[in-house]
Design a protein around this ligand. Structure first.
Ligand SMILES: [Zn+2]
Length: 99
């Protein structure tokens, strides 16, 4: 009998934890905004869309400039500013042609 009570308490704890996780996920889900291939949480970001959409994990993208970035978790490459990216690509093509 006692072991049954213990296992019920354990089950209850597990369910509470699962519920907390779901609440946390729902909280974040209601706060994040999709913008230029990334997610933003208020002024915090950009975050990887792939990691959030598949694992519900917020992973900050690493970037050397404001044009493109990469996820340290899944290596997903993201272009933040498509216009600037195309411009940079065009300039690079022009430079290669002039070599
Ligand atoms: Zn990722």
């Amino acid at each position: 009998m006692q072991t049954d009570v213990y296992s019920l308490v354990e089950k209850n704890e597990k369910l509470k934890k699962q519920l907390d996780e779901i609440k946390k996920t729902e909280d974040i889900e209601s706060q994040i905004v999709y913008k230029e291939n990334t997610y933003w949480r208020n002024s915090d970001g950009p975050y990887c869309t792939k990691c959030w959409d598949t694992e519900n994990t917020l992973v900050r993208l690493h970037s050397e400039d404001s044009i493109e970035g990469q996820c340290p978790n899944c290596d997903n490459k993201v272009v933040f500013d498509i216009e600037a990216y195309e411009k940079q690509k065009d300039e690079l093509h022009k430079r290669i042609k002039n070599l």
